[in-house]
Design a protein around this ligand. Sequence first.
Ligand code: F6P
Length: 384
Amino acid sequence: MADAPLINIAEPGSFAWRVFHERHPVMIERLCAAHPFGPDVRDELDALLRESTAGVVEPLRDDAPDHDAWSAWTAERIGRPWSEAPFLWAESYFFRKLLAATGFFAPGPWRGVDPFAPMKRAELANAATGETLKALDNLRELDEAERDAAVVQAAVWGNQADLAFQLSTDAGNTGAGLVAGRSEDFWSLFDGSGPVHLVADNAAGELAADLVLVDHLLTTGRAPRVVLHVKPSPYYVSDATPTDVLEVLNHLAKSSGMAGEVGHRIRESLRDGRIEVRAHPFFCAPLDFGDLPEDLRDEFASAAVTIVKGDLNYRRLVGDRHWPATMPFADAVSHFPGPVAALRVLKSEVVVGLDAGTASALDAGGEPWRTNGSRALIQTCPGG
Ligand SMILES: O=P(O)(O)OC[C@H]1O[C@](O)(CO)[C@@H](O)[C@@H]1O
């Protein structure tokens, strides 16, 4: 997997460069508007912006439990310009430093406070999420195959930030925008023989769709048990943590109709151990899935299927590199220890597994299809 060049943040105007130079300043402005941070926190955040856009990589100055792990992951980059760093590593370190800057690890009023919680809460409470949860009632009208398709499409498009995921009674429409894969490919991986692992991505609407998928896996007998992996701490703004799982679950359980039923069933499954939530430190590490720690590797090896959600997890799964779009998905995930399925809306440059005709038609179309969130994929590899 080491042939294609790593995506980095050096080139002015590139997608990765714009994340650092355009998105991060806006995100920090929003954080400061959402919280009454004092001058000390605001200064730290400004310093982080300056450091990460024009400076050299500085070490962490906190003594949080993950400090030593980060010392190892940063050793070779300390003192070198951020602009030399790979995109994936740089974003990960940026979010770790952002948490420290907001006082997340320090004694004081902001200790343990998720700085992104107001954004996640707003999304969970917004009209689009409400509509989506109501639309779950339409699932009752569908036949089995249509319901399978709708549930997986909801999980895929739930990854489309800021937009409601789509659940339609017209299952024929749910394939629009998919550049690879079909829901049938996804469901063909499951035979109910063993635990399924779901590596979740965002909280709020996406996590609600993921819990519907988890519930569907259990109620249709596709999985005897599901392990849900979330982030151990706030990350990439909207990524789900254990606290977010409880927030979404409570929201579902309070809802009427099918959403409420799913919420209650998920709670019961947590109680009886058929669903387990984990928050392994690996999920906030600047590492690819090719560098899985042994314990996670063993777990994924013994899973019947691992479902990997979202753009960032996809980058970590196939490697955040300038791969040819037509490189087979199976080649990109040959390091993975078991059957794997990726469900993702395209929001960054990396993509593999497209057929040549699709890739050239997308390129000829002239729109930034890799990054504008209008395309999605379902990719599967049954393993060796
Ligand atoms: O929530 P997702 O699907 O992982 O998307 C997050 C994506 O957003 C970005 O942080 C910025 O676009 C990407 O780097 C990342 O892959």
